[in-house]
Design a protein around this ligand. Sequence first.
Ligand SMILES: [Zn+2]
Length: 296
Amino acid sequence: MYKIYSTQTQKLKLKSWALLPLFLVACYPSEDLNVPVKDADSIPATELDIYIQEEFIDKYDMAIRYRYVDNYVNPGERVAPPDIDNVRPMLDFIEDFWINPYLEIENGEAFFKEHVPPEIIFLGGLIYNSDGTVTLGTADAGARITFTNVNGINPEDESWVSQQLNVVYHEFAHTIHQRYKLPASFETISPSGYTSSGAWFTLTDEEALRRGFVSPYATSNPNEDFAETVSFFLFDKGFYENYITLEEDCTDIDCEERNEGRKKINQKLNAIIDHYEKVVAISLEELRAAIQSRLG
Ligand SMILES: [Zn+2]
């Protein structure tokens, strides 16, 4: 799963949201709740569906769900499907920035086909949680990756692009430790830096860095740490500058602590790169270069 702590505005929004699900459930006649979802096969195939069939299902065995998205989130979570006009541009986006970089690198195509989840879900907006966090994307044991905020699509907007790439590379990285475990001794690199359950969002980015983590969410447990480190390495243009290269001539303890954190992140990165080479014969450095060249 991938989460961020919402801003104050989002938190305020959440308060009015929080009451809605109960209200709506109460309003539905109960029989509606048990009506099975229409079989997707009974809907006439549109041009979009044919495109999905040819480009995603036939090629990668990967279904794209953009209708009846309520079926793909937890009960009680309210989500909206994407506007139909945003689906094709979103498909183009994931092809350009997620699928095609794998096709360019050694062993990448075979790796992608072998590990890609069978279902991709597009949600129109975000998923708001009761603890004030926002879920940006989820992955369920390698079976499904959920993209949120598809209606916010704007490939020119760096923050939207970063959010989507963070999610997809994060979620896809989970399949690696789910199938092949974490790199040996990964959990011993910054053992005291992990936060107690549900407390990751009390940390700032700077505090996370000092502990040896690329983000506050990475401190939630070693699996999230692994996924976040892989993802940041792949999509973040400034990864080396932000998380690896040591600041010179430190004059205060904060600077020294940031550098200590960077050394730990460097150790994790090396362990992760070796692990990918060993278990799936993929060079993450080559993949990073392929992604970065598309980001310009
Ligand atoms: Zn995760």
